[in-house]
Design a binder for this molecule. Structure first.
Ligand code: NAD
Length: 332
């Protein structure tokens, strides 16, 4: 079996090579998958993609023509894949539904605590011999109200972490979980949750219904000086509106691991040429903003689990993916 692996980085190469069956030939491509690079899958049975690959209708057309029999994504999210088009061409799409929900929730916590206690600023100051505390004052998480949007695998882990810190945890999800309610989480409608939260953290998928979930209007409803954390998908947030709310002081701070336009930026070293995306450059310049480049998933445990599940997904493509398989994703 031959597999075109798009957007390959050193860690993918090592983990995937160790995980696949010995007769699977991995053809590693550093190139991102876009219509112009889709033909790199020529002669392959499957294409293996990552979050900023663009598996759109044109790409699916090329894959169908080349006889690619399956697309496996090394991610939980699948908003980068045109599922309807894949379905039309009879190309099954498989994902890694749960590789390390705790790792992503822990990264969201890292963003919260860093922004709150300014450890990023303290680190730089102390290295320069500056031990002054001005500008480093934070708040206690204990007793604060946190809002969690989306209480699936990652959101549930986030809820339990926040409960452990002594936060009051409010949540919004289209499905409510009794186990979280038993643990003390209170589900609320968005309009009731937003004004009550000191911290808002997003853990729902990017769907048509959740695009720009946080826009100018929702930001207006949020409590004054709240902290917004997004480790889910950039498109959940209208970043321009968030920048305006930060500048006006309505929004207290922002921690993001994902960005609407990240496909043109993330996973590359751009230090030689500087960042050309003006909005992200302006955000980076604000002291109350912390940005990481889609690294929430990036733990040793997660990379190994992603590789193992991807290898199993490739075997499913080889043997024929059952219609009802739990890792098969379909248009909603
Ligand atoms: P999941 O499917 O277990 O949970 C998603 C939850 O969102 C579900 O409970 C679902 O009911 C809920 N939901 C769906 N529509 C909603 C809506 N309109 N409003 C509120 N809630 C809604 O997914 P997960 O494993 O917890 O992952 C969540 C998201 O995190 C993924 O979709 C992915 O985009 C993102 N993610 C990011 C990273 C990273 O490295 N930054 C890594 C993994 C996943």
């Amino acid at each position: 079996m031959k597999v075109a692996v798009f957007s390959t980085r050193k860690y993918d190469r090592a983990a995937l090579s160790a995980a696949v069956e010995s007769d699977v030939e991995l053809r590693f491509q550093e190139a991102r998958l876009v219509p112009e690079t889709a033909r790199l899958a020529e002669g392959c049975d499957a294409a293996c993609v990552f979050v900023n690959d663009q598996a759109d209708a044109r790409v699916m057309g090329v894959f169908a023509e080349l006889g690619v029999r399956g697309v496996v994504t090394r991610s939980a999210g699948f908003n980068h894949i045109d599922l309807a088009s894949a379905e039309r061409h009879g190309i099954p799409v498989l994902r890694v539904p749960a590789y390390s929900p705790h790792g992503v929730a822990e990264h969201a916590l890292a963003l919260m605590l860093t922004l709150n206690r300014r450890t990023h600023r303290a680190y730089n100051r102390v290295r320069e011999g500056n031990f002054a505390l001005d500008g480093l004052m934070g708040f206690e998480m204990h007793g604060k109200t946190a809002g969690v949007i989306g209480t699936g695998l990652i959101g549930a882990s986030m809820c339990r972490i926040l409960l452990g810190l002594g936060c009051e945890v409010l949540a919004f999800d289209v499905n409510q979980r009794a186990d979280l309610q038993d643990a003390g989480v209170k589900y609320r409608a968005m309009d009731d949750l937003l004004p009550a939260c000191d911290i808002l953290t997003l853990h729902c998928p990017l769907l048509d219904s959740t695009r720009n979930l946080i826009d100018g209007q929702t930001l207006e409803k949020l409590r004054d000086h709240a902290m917004l954390i997004n480790t889910s998908r950039g498109g959940l947030v209208d970043t321009g509106a968030v920048y305006a709310a930060l500048r006006s002081g309505r929004l207290g701070s922002l921690g993001i691991d994902v960005y609407e336009e990240e496909d043109k930026l993330f996973f590359e070293d751009r230090s030689e040429h500087g960042v050309t995306d003006e909005l992200i450059a302006r955000l980076v310049a604000l002291p109350n903003v912390l940005i990481t480049g889609h690294q929430a998933f990036f733990t040793r445990e997660a990379v190994d689990k992603i590789a193992a599940t991807t290898a199993a997904n490739l075997e499913l493509v080889r043997s024929g993916v059952p219609e009802e398989h739990e890792r098969r994703v379909r248009p909603r």
